[in-house]
Design a protein around this ligand. Sequence first.
Ligand code: SF4
Length: 463
Amino acid sequence: MVSQPYVYRRAELVEPDWRRFPGWSSVTAEEWESVQWQRAHCVKNLRQLRDLTGPGLGEDFLADLERDQRERATMSMLVPPQMLNTMAPASAPDEPGFTDAFYADPVRRYMIPVFSDRRTDWPSHPYASRDSLHEAEMWAVEGLTHRYPTKVLAEVLPTCPQYCGHCTRMDLVGNPTPIIAKHKFGLPPADRLTAMIEYLRATPGVRDVVVSGGDVANLPWPRLESFVSSLLDIGNIRDIRLATKALMGLPQHWLADQVRSGMERLASKAHERGVSIAIHTHVNAAQSVTPLVARAAQAMLDTGIRDVRNQGVLLAGVNDSAQALLDLCFVLLDEARIMPYYFYMCDMIPGSEHWRLSLAQAQDLQHQIMGYLPGFATPRMICDVPYVGKRWVHQVSRYDTELGISYWTKNYRTSVEASDELALSREYPYYDPIHTLPGPGQAWWRDHEALAAERTAQPAAAG
Ligand code: SF4
């Protein structure tokens, strides 16, 4: 037997026993599988978390969480029971060591961040900004980002059933936090969706629509079905991707009768017109893939849609090892028939430095996972470069590893560069987390922090 850096083993899916939490000790399987029950029992604040765990979750943890919410959090707290139940799955609040297990848990680290998780030297990169990908600047109509030549992103709503601490769209998505006021859409929802459809009817060069938000699981089903059905009536639209982390965070939604039958109607209409509909979900840790998640993915595939794919986010302390990434990819592929597709580097939003990896780390992870998964299911590590778009991490044009600045080029104009003659020859920068740099690089940033903060002041406020 040849010794290998990674050893493949099939995983057995487990729904952890939710009755280990005092607040859910008498919750039945029927309640657990009800989407209404799940939505009504989301954990939204410290009091609810304390009520759920009882005294088993230490006061130190709760104080750490409270401080983070007051001083650092860019997203408010919203965790469905389904997701919370996958945190510290082998430990119960009435057992010794529960608080430590909860602290160390990878899902907890990105869904319920605490102050001590964050960097104190560089909590934010000097060039971090709200709307770090400048999506709103590229809105063709409100909420419709036209960044690439043939595809658009439709932000159909600003809410989700769960809020991730590292959310790229922290500018728009979710409730305000003590340090972040959220951008508000101006148009009423129905008018916004109508304007998107009208733009797409009038723009035959677009063939691919990512329907996102937020999370499409929060759009009332009839409105989502009507929107996707209207997209299917536009002859030039050939690919539709529905973005929903809730396939993992709230699989009960995608298992509900109304949603399944509605997806069947959409899949059948898509099939008649030769259009592909896929679901794109967002799973970052293998333990999130439970039997209910696998059932929801299978239910969606059974409706006749083309695929269910995963776009995870590379996060330090969550999945920054080949073992964690390959375990996740294999459990998605083998046990839930979800296709590993992308892992994005965490974007440069405020407060994200403790989650972010350097480009070199992402390149190394890409190298380490090659050769284990089938080629079609080997995810690409992606850097979403501001004003450029998604680039495979090895596509970098130049890389100054001392200052942690990578330079990227592109081969198309975004919608804001119609008359920019240099758009295709310019190099666009991206920045590594400063704490990952060698000493001289860190010293350079300390000297230049004030200058950098001045240069980012304008984009930061523009969100
Ligand atoms: S589900 Fe997606 S859009 Fe919603 S908070 Fe998480 S990362 Fe942001």
